[in-house]
Write a protein that binds this ligand. Structure first.
Ligand code: PGA
Length: 250
């Protein structure tokens, strides 16, 4: 089963738009439910609306607060998203890291999610590539700190998304190649094996994300060795998203 997470980012702008996209995405997920597990990571403001209008869609958040006390105006706790029906949340997305999330904060967020039995989707990714391979130590550090002090039974519930920062969003330098994806997925699995064990490591899904399209998506799975995809902009266009799902389902 391939996993496809639709990261809606800060869209759609209205609740009507969110309802429309949720219904279309649900139809796609229903048609391909035997081969592709579709999840949607939506803005906080849309969680309740999407759950109400597409009750069978797997709905998650894009972030949560690492804090536990209430003196954090504007933040949203793990318990809040759970009470509205979200069953997982992205943490450590590069756009959240750009606003100040450190690996230590991401580690706290993972703990908050696991305490409330919500599935964490941990994003890791290097800012740039260099010919000496320093970017590998960046990924290793992200994984080691973000997964620090997480016990083996809980780690089984996590999903990892490898998202090279230079390949994400409309300002991406270029698309990653399936070869670059494959190298990193092997590397991430090796770190997970060293940190936990091979049995656990082999069960953790590792997705690829960053400028995924209906054309390149399948290659990140077939040649790139990923267990699925984290899709940003393309997931806002139901027709193109359906094409991607159709291709990876075969
Ligand atoms: P993108 O975003 O597919 O629009 O590059 C991916 C992400 O940010 O998760």
């Amino acid at each position: 089963m391939k996993i496809l997470i639709a990261n809606w980012k800060m869209a759609p702008e209205t609740s009507k738009g969110a309802i429309d996209l949720a219904k279309k995405t649900y139809q796609i997920s229903k048609s391909y439910k035997k081969s592709v597990d579709i999840m949607v990571a939506v803005p906080f403001a849309h969680i309740a609306t999407v759950v109400r209008n597409a009750p069978l869609l797997k709905v998650g958040a894009q972030d949560i607060s690492n804090n536990v006390d209430i003196a954090h105006t504007g933040q949203v706790s793990a318990n809040m998203i759970r009470s509205y029906g979200a069953t997982y949340s992205i943490v450590g997305h590069s756009e959240a890291r750009a606003s100040g999330d450190t690996n230590e904060i991401v580690n706290e967020k993972i703990k908050r999610l696991l305490e409330k039995k919500i599935q964490p989707v941990l994003c890791v990714g290097e800012k740039s590539r260099d010919s000496q391979g320093w970017y590998l130590s960046e990924i290793k550090e992200q994984l080691e700190i973000c997964l620090d002090d997480i016990a083996s039974p809980s780690i089984k519930k996590i999903i990892i998304a490898y998202e090279p920062v230079w390949a994400i969003g409309s300002k991406a330098e270029r698309e990653a190649t399936p070869g670059e994806c494959q190298e990193m997925i092997i590397f991430i699995r090796k770190i997970l094996t060293d940190k936990f064990d091979e049995k656990i490591s082999s069960k953790i899904p590792i997705l690829y994300g960053g400028s995924v399209t209906e054309e390149n998506g399948l290659n990140f799975i077939k040649e790139g060795g990923s267990n699925g995809l984290l899709v940003g902009r393309l997931s806002l266009d139901a027709k193109r998203f359906a094409k991607l799902v159709d291709r990876i389902s075969r």
